[in-house]
Write a protein that binds this ligand. Sequence first.
Ligand code: ATP
Length: 248
Amino acid sequence: MDNYYVRMENVDLYYPSHIYNATTLKQEVFSLLKLQKKKEKLDDVHALKNFNLYIKEGEKLGVIGHNGAGKSTLLKTIGGIYPIKSGQLEVKGEIRSLFDLALGFDLESTGRENIMYRGLLLGETPKRIKQQEQEIINFAELGEFIDYPIRSYSSGMLIRLAFAISTSIDGEILLLDEVIGAGDAAFAVKAKERMMGLMGKAKILVLVSHDLKTIEEVCNRVILLKNGRIIKDGKPSEVIEEYQNSFK
Ligand SMILES: Nc1ncnc2c1ncn2[C@@H]1O[C@H](COP(=O)(O)OP(=O)(O)OP(=O)(O)O)[C@@H](O)[C@H]1O
């Protein structure tokens, strides 16, 4: 048995539609007065269909496919964010998700305080966060702004801080969604280097990206998704080629 793995068997995931099916009072009145047709009921979105996948230790899995194929859904399902409707999902290893980088940020608190909040949210202890604090501040290049409320930051400064915090902690299973190269050109070079280090250390990597060059550079296995299903699984060069052919 592998020390680290992700196993999905016959997994089905639906996004519930009831939120979109709710009608407003205005819509009700208009339809009663026959001024507007009654809203058609929408079906739940079946985003992962009878999905089977085993990712073993050492695998750097790239996930590619057209918009709406189910790539982000897959990542969030592995990350335990969405409950599955049926099937089995088993994860062995500690997960570090790098999507929603700014999750848990409080705009009224300072950068320094936010390092603590976000670090705790990522599962770190206060002591460990304090030890990492200076390195995060240096990496984010925020200088004295670290003691200002983050409401005063530019969007680039916010991204740099979010990125520096999220990438300061490594995980055994790393889930990544298009986060390589955050910030301006100079920062992007630094960010990519840091990301590469993190990806190198992970026991398992799942990388969702439209950047096929990075996928080929980083991954040793790629899956191509279409309508919530895997339609090809194998060597990066072969799977990427099949995907590119689908544009022709
Ligand atoms: N919150 C949601 N509520 C309802 N349907 C959703 C929701 N999020 C995604 N979907 C649907 O689930 C399907 C898969 O979406 P997903 O975001 O996983 O695709 P993706 O492959 O990551 O696409 P992209 O390349 O555009 O980011 C799509 O049909 C999408 O409309």
